[in-house]
Design a protein around this ligand. Sequence first.
Ligand code: NAD
Ligand code: UFG
Length: 331
Amino acid sequence: MSILVTGGTGYIGSHTVVVLLEAGYDVIIADNLYNSKLDVLDKIETITGIRPMFYNVDVSKRSEIEPLFKMHSIEAILHFAGYKAVGESVALPLMYYRNNLLGTIELADCAVKYNVSKFIFSSSATVYGDNIVPLHEDLPLLPTTNPYGETKAISERILTDVAKANSDFNVTLLRYFNPIGAHASGLIGEIPVGTPNNLMPYLTQVAKGKRTHLSVFGDNYPTVDGTGVRDYIHVVDLAIGHMAALKGMHDGVNVYNLGTGKGSSVLELIQTFERVNSIKIPYQIVDRRQGDVAASYADVSKAYNDLNWKTEKSLEDMCRDSWFFEKNLKD
Ligand code: NAD
Ligand code: UFG
């Protein structure tokens, strides 16, 4: 039996593939390389000694994804594949709805047809909208501020309805907080295309001298120092969280926050990065970014109680590993 990992050459998917291979699972990756490169397979092989099976397919196209279910005996699907740039989703909503929703629909349909009983979906803390922190899984979801966020909320509802209609189809919705960091080998990590939107990839490019300074989006939020607070989680902890979710899969639909439970402000992150890497990060305070919430951090008790999972790595580890990866990247 194999685990189908869609988006398995991407940032979070590749770290999860490493964790699964190291634990002895057979892994099949389905990725159309829209936002990743084939050489990630070499890196995975260098780290684990195993080369996962790979298919260059678009998961939103039935004709491309269904053959995999005919060829392989699939035990579970970990569905990472999707577009994720918030700003781009505002400019190109149909591209986001088409890719992210059709991917979820076609995979769920194949899962039901080929008796795959376990489906794990990459959701996001963004589905909570501007809500009460710490964010708990039982909170009523609020509208998100962009089509990307809507694709996550709608995918959650689609998968929930499919599970209600098919008692053998079980779904785990994982709401990620802010994944940063990279594998300790420095071989795999996040490679943003163009100007990074997210804080850590921008910060590491400033550290490398590729960009002059970091813009801090607002210092007048009701937070510890006025800057935005987020629950940064090391991508390797997040990857291990997927294995815990797979092992601890319950019947029906289950939702888990994957975060540390601790919020850090933008300035705290910059200071930690500077301290552990001995690099000064020039920054300027600018206006708030539209759509940002003041604070977002998880109540992590459910994942701990149900899945026996919690994070191990610190903000220092995240800053060190992010920099180690960026430093070794050939531009
Ligand atoms: P990523 O872009 O690095 O990886 C996604 C992978 O999916 C890429 O390799 C891309 O080529 C592939 N892909 C996209 N559309 C595809 C399609 N139709 N068919 C086949 N492959 C396709 O992104 P990531 O950061 O690893 O994120 C993985 C998942 O987690 C995404 O669904 C994302 O929305 C979600 N997520 C990410 C974050 C984050 O901050 N990185 C936070 C919350 C949720
Ligand atoms: N920030 C800056 N300067 C930057 C980039 C970000 O000050 O150049 C600030 C933001 O205002 C925010 C914090 O840093 O306070 C984190 O911003 P990110 O863009 O790194 O992350 P977000 O919390 O905005 O969003 C991320 C992903 C979303 C996902 C969400 C929750 O981009 O896809 O986490 O998981 F939905």
